[in-house]
Structure formats: structure tokens, C-alpha cells
Design a protein around this ligand. Structure first.
Ligand code: SF4
Ligand code: SF4
Length: 495
């Protein structure tokens, strides 16, 4: 990346962004997802494949359609989505979506990739902090650098050299089934929206009630950014991958697994037919719930792309009314329980009942959130010992911080902003998480870490009755030696 030209000379019309305009005009949009390949595939070959997919997508007529290029994901070495912008038709690049993953990305590389993508004509970017590799342990994850998505959004939205039509998005995992996990995930989303996210893409899942809750929650907080639901077209192999934990943050409930097992007992073609119908129902439901579009994963051949477009177009024609859709959806899913836990928390209704919230909107009250005696004691002790740690040099009182806060030694102490739980305990060193890989029971994506640290922070903030203040904090990164960090806009901290 070192020899990239950083001056931005924009390709295409910098005043045009057809994806943003289509979504903002209320046209339900289809995005077909493709991952950038691993580096064992030649860049030129990968570019040709992507250009072929683009041609199929541009041929779709029944629904506005675009390509969403994901950053390779959790394989060790992969080409970056930004490196493929130039492979696409120069006149069409403003229609497509490009992901920026934070894994193995320094601030300087993020700037270079942004420059590369924008110069080549990309206008729609999504920031994600990145995933751990499949089976990766704590020590391995810690060796990688994860550039936080919130910081990317801040950078993109503060940078003066970007086209005025830049449309930046973020991701959220709404499939959370305990109150602390749900509220800490929502809090992170709100921070990203405050940092400049103009639209939101959800993690993939099958629980339509959780998608509806996300929509209602954001509207109740007066956030009206467009929402795009990520949907997976399942194959037997994909089901195995998900059940094997190879897609962090994607969950299949026991009931849903039972249904899939039944579908698998018949022939492969019957299994496929069942998945096409599921995709139709989900896509039509998303539109009726207020989503602006869907991003479909698993359509990786020209034939499948054409079928996805046909199926979704016809489903949008078939279901124009919420109640008709609900009846079809419930009978198809046989009212299966989509929640993976027996005591799952839902913020509003506990069943899909209506398209629009009642007025006034009633929230379910979660059970009291547990904070143990030990947690309260540790909080008070750290508060007593390090009340001004954020205003002191990070090395000050470090041996005490090591003993009482598990300090790993970063360059800027953030204990005070983090409910006195050191953010460096997150294996990805995220400061404003949680990431989308958090498991349904609230434990960290990385085995052996225990409860996600942001969920612990949330429980303490709830105990101290200042959740809104906690949500409002934007915590800086711990390392200040990355090239380019100075250009990342400064931090707002409220205490
Ligand atoms: S934030 Fe954590 S790692 Fe950094 S100085 Fe404070 S206690 Fe140590
Ligand atoms: S501690 Fe939370 S945010 Fe960090 S990697 Fe684990 S699940 Fe993700």
C-alpha cells in the first residue's frame, strides 16, 4: 500500500451517488454480496470475477440492484474491497457498496485505502471493525490490529477531501437476547450514528422480531437513517459453517435448526426450494417493517443472482399488506422459536403482531440487571484509586493499575470513561464496542475470554443509573503511535 497516490482525483461524477439517491427516494433496494478473495487468488482473476458479477447485477430490471463488496472477512490474507473498485464499470461505481474491515488495518492504511476507493469512484462505504479468524484464540487475536469502525466513520466524515456525495454506513448485530447485550449493542450503534454513519446494515439473522425492534428503537430515539437487512441464502454447507461457529455473530436457534434438518431430509433441490421461499418472505417482511433494502449473501453465480432478483421482485408484488405477509411468514416458519435462549429478552412485543408501534410505544422492562457484590467492590476500589487516570500519564501508578485493573500498558488511560474496566481486555482492543461477534449469551466471540467487556461496562453503568451518559462517551484508542492517528478527529468525553 506504500506507493499509493494519496491525492484524490475523482473518477466518475463526484456529484452523483445513485445508491444513496435510490435509497433516499424510498425505493426498496437489492444488494448482492460478494467477498473480496484470499490472496492465493490473483488480483486480476478476482477482478474479472467481480466484473462478471457486476454485469449480472446491472442486468437486473425489476428492482434497483447493486453490488456489495465485503472485505475478505476472517481469512488471514485477503485482497481489500477497496482494491476492486477499479475492476468495476467506471460509470457504475457510485451504485455499489464497499466494506472497510478494521482487521490488520492501521490508521495510515485506512487512509490509503479510502483514498484508493474514492479516487476510483466509490461513493458508498461501510465501516466494520473486523472479525477474528475461525478458531483463532486469544493470543492470536491480540496479535492483530483492529481499527475501530467508529473511528473510520469519524475520519470519513471529517475529511475535507471527500466527494460531497459520500454515503457512509455502519453495521449492527440486533440479534441479542439479553438486555445488557442488546442495550450495549444499541449504544455502540448510537455512537456510530453520532460519528457520521448515514445508514445501517444489520448482521444476518432470521428473527424478524429483532429486526422490527431495531427499527422501532431507532425511530423512538429520532434516528431515521435507512436500514438494510443482511439475509443469507442458506445451503447445507453454510448451515454447517454457522453451526460450527465460523460466522461470528450469526446464530441459528434450536427450533430453526430442527426445521432446517427436516428440510435437509428431502432432496437437495427441495432444500433449495425451501430456502428460496424463506428468502422471499424475509425480503418482503423487511420492506413491510420499514427497511430500505436487503443485502443478500450466498448468491455467487450469475444464475443465482438472477433468481434472487426474480424471487424478491415477485415477493414484493405478492405481499403488500403486513397481515397477509405475517400469516404466510408464521405458517412457513411453523411459528418456530427464533431465539437461541430459553429466557430471551425482547424490547417490545414478544411476538410479531403489528407493522407499526402502538402509541405510546411500550417497552418491556428487563429483569433487574445483575451486578455482583464483587463487581461493585472492584468498581469502588478502582474509582478510589484512579479517579483522574484519564488526566494523568498512562504510566503513572501503573503497577497499581496492573494489580487492581489488569492494566496491560497502553499509551492513554481510559479507565475513567470505561466504568473502570480496562478496554484493553477486549481481545480486539476495541474501545467503543461491542463488536458484532458477541455470542447470544453475552460471552466474547473469542473462546475463553468470558463475558464481553462492554456488556460488563453496561451493567455497571446501569447500576450507577447513568446509561445515557455512558452511551454518549466516545473513547479514544489506547495506542497513539500509529501513523495518521493525529488526523483522526478528536474525541468527545463526558464524565
Ligand atoms: S486503559 Fe487500561 S491498559 Fe491503558 S493505561 Fe489504563 S488500565 Fe492500563
Ligand atoms: S470483548 Fe466484546 S467487543 Fe471485544 S472481541 Fe469480545 S465480543 Fe467483541
Amino acid at each position: 500500500m506504500n506507493d499509493l497516490q494519496l491525492e484524490m482525483k475523482f473518477t466518475g461524477d463526484p456529484g452523483r451517488n445513485r445508491l444513496r439517491d435510490t435509497i433516499n427516494a424510498g425505493e426498496f433496494t437489492l444488494l448482492i454480496e460478494s467477498r473480496s478473495p484470499a490472496k492465493d487468488l490473483d488480483l486480476a482473476v478476482g477482478s474479472e470475477r467481480l466484473a462478471e458479477l457486476e454485469k449480472c447485477i446491472l442486468a437486473i430490471t425489476g428492482i434497483p440492484a447493486s453490488l456489495a463488496v465485503l472485505d475478505g472477512g476472517n481469512s488471514a490474507e485477503y485482497w481489500r474491497a477497496a482494491e476492486f473498485v477499479g475492476a468495476l464499470d467506471p460509470e457504475e461505481r457510485d451504485r455499489h457498496l464497499f466494506y472497510f474491515g478494521g482487521r490488520n488495518t492501521t490508521a495510515s492504511e485506512m487512509r490509503q485505502l479510502t483514498s484508493l476507493a474514492l479516487s476510483a469512484g466509490a461513493r458508498n462505504l461501510v465501516a466494520v471493525s473486523g472479525e477474528a479468524a475461525a478458531g483463532e484464540g486469544l493470543a492470536d487475536t491480540r496479535r492483530h490490529h483492529f481499527f475501530e469502525s467508529r473511528r473510520m466513520l469519524s475520519y470519513w466524515n471529517a475529511e475535507r477531501e471527500v466527494p460531497p456525495t459520500l454515503f457512509t454506513g455502519c453495521a449492527v448485530n440486533p440479534f441479542q437476547y439479553t438486555a445488557p447485550s442488546l442495550f450495549s449493542q444499541y449504544a455502540n450503534l448510537i455512537r456510530k450514528l453520532h460519528s457520521g454513519a448515514q445508514f445501517v446494515v444489520t448482521q444476518a439473522g432470521w428473527d424478524m422480531l429483532k429486526l422490527q425492534s431495531l427499527c422501532w428503537y431507532l425511530r423512538s430515539r429520532a434516528f431515521y437513517q435507512p436500514l438494510i437487512a443482511r439475509l443469507i441464502l442458506l445451503t447445507p454447507e453454510r448451515v454447517e459453517r454457522i453451526l460450527g461457529g465460523q460466522e461470528p455473530g450469526v446464530t441459528i436457534s434450536k427450533d430453526f435448526q430442527r426445521i432446517l434438518d427436516q428440510e435437509l431430509r428431502f432432496s437437495r433441490s427441495q432444500f433449495e426450494a425451501a430456502q428460496w421461499r424463506r428468502l422471499e418472505l424475509q425480503a418482503a417482511g423487511c420492506r413491510l417493517l420499514g427497511f430500505s433494502g436487503v443485502q443478500v449473501s450466498g448468491a455467487n453465480t450469475p444464475a443465482r443472482i438472477a433468481t434472487v432478483a426474480d424471487r424478491i421482485t415477485s415477493a414484493l408484488q405478492e405481499f403488500k399488506n403486513f397481515n397477509e405477509w405475517l400469516e404466510a411468514y408464521n405458517s412457513y416458519q411453523a411459528r418456530a422459536e427464533m431465539a437461541p435462549l430459553s429466557t430471551s429478552f425482547y424490547l417490545y412485543d414478544r411476538a410479531l403482531l403489528r407493522a407499526f408501534p402502538e402509541s405510546p410505544l411500550k417497552m418491556n422492562v428487563p429483569d433487574p440487571i445483575e451486578v455482583t457484590w464483587g463487581e461493585r467492590f472492584r468498581y469502588r476500589l478502582r474509582h478510589f484509586l484512579f479517579p483522574h487516570a484519564d488526566q494523568q500519564g498512562a504510566s503513572e501508578r501503573q503497577w497499581l493499575k496492573r494489580i487492581f485493573a489488569g492494566c496491560g500498558g497502553c499509551d492513554r488511560c481510559r479507565l475513567v470513561q470505561c466504568e473502570f474496566i480496562c478496554p484493553d481486555h477486549c481481545p480486539k482492543h476495541l474501545a467503543n464496542g461491542p463488536c458484532g461477534g458477541i455470542r447470544p449469551d453475552g460471552s466474547c466471540e473469542i473462546a475463553g475470554v468470558g463475558e464481553c467487556i462492554f456488556r460488563r461496562q453496561y451493567r455497571l453503568a446501569d447500576w450507577r443509573q447513568h446509561v445515557l451518559n455512558w452511551e454518549d462517551r466516545v473513547v479514544p484508542p489506547g495506542r497513539t503511535d500509529e501513523p495518521g492517528d493525529a488526523n483522526v478527529p478528536e474525541i468527545k468525553t463526558n464524565r
